[in-house]
Design a protein around this ligand. Structure first.
Ligand code: ATP
Ligand code: MG
Length: 208
């Protein structure tokens, strides 16, 4: 019998999922396991974890089919997604200014996700990984949704803007170049930002 899984090591513990590193049929792989929430009724907890695991795997597969650099899904079980391990560094871990190529890639990747009607839901430096050869991968589809909602796409852009700060301009330029509905999403982003500023101002004046 082939020993499919050798050693297994926990590499990260998120809010909802634990990440393990192991080997599956000789391929280094990452297992994202959605943890049990003891404070929740068991049936509901299982239904939600099952739903999230499936939707995460589904979004990754759709993205991969569209040629977007995401880890390939190797196996899906009830609460776990087994995926290709990407050997790289998360963008938020890099010191100093980000390479221009990484900024451009981030805009292009987001445009391609949106062209496939996928809103990522957490498109930040904490979910973008750069390999040694400079190529960029997007991970963590835990909050992703299959949708054509302009608002959800604009929220992805807003998160990226907040995450990149001054460096957002380079990513945005590339987003506009590749996104089919780029100008509509951008108008929505401006609208959301204006709404936010208005609400902040109203709150400050109300306090005064
Ligand atoms: N395919 C992968 N290859 C290499 N490292 C990975 C991979 N997937 C996840 N990781 C590592 O595990 C960390 C957490 O993964 P991920 O972002 O998917 O989970 P999370 O943020 O805890 O999830 P959630 O927000 O859904 O609870 C990443 O920051 C990264 O360091
Ligand atoms: Mg994450």
């Amino acid at each position: 019998m082939v020993n499919a899984v050798n050693t297994i090591r926990k590499i990260s513990e998120g809010a909802e999922a634990d990440i393990y590193l192991t080997e599956l049929f000789g391929i280094r792989c990452v297992i994202k396991y959605r943890r049990k929430k003891s404070y929740m009724p068991q049936k509901l907890d299982e239904t939600l974890r099952l739903r999230r695991t499936r939707s995460e795997a589904k979004a990754m597969i759709t993205a991969r089919h569209a040629g977007i650099p995401v880890p390939s899904v190797l196996l899906v079980s009830r609460f776990s997604v087994f995926m290709e391990m990407i050997d790289g560094t998360m963008l938020y871990e890099l010191d100093g200014k980000l390479p221009r190529s990484a900024l451009k890639y981030s805009g292009k990747i987001l445009a391609k996700l949106h062209n496939s009607d996928i809103a990522h839901g957490d498109f930040t430096k904490a979910n973008l990984m750069m390999r040694k050869d400079g190529s960029l991968y997007v991970i963590d589809f835990g909050l992703a949704a299959q949708t054509n909602s302009i608002e959800e796409k604009a929220l992805d852009l807003l998160l990226l803007e907040r995450s990149l700060g001054e460096e957002f301009g380079t990513a945005l330029k590339e987003y506009k170049r590749f996104a089919v509905s780029g100008s509509v999403v951008l108008s929505k982003l401006k609208e959301i930002e204006t709404r936010g500023r208005y609400q902040e101002r109203s709150l400050t004046t109300a306090k005064e």
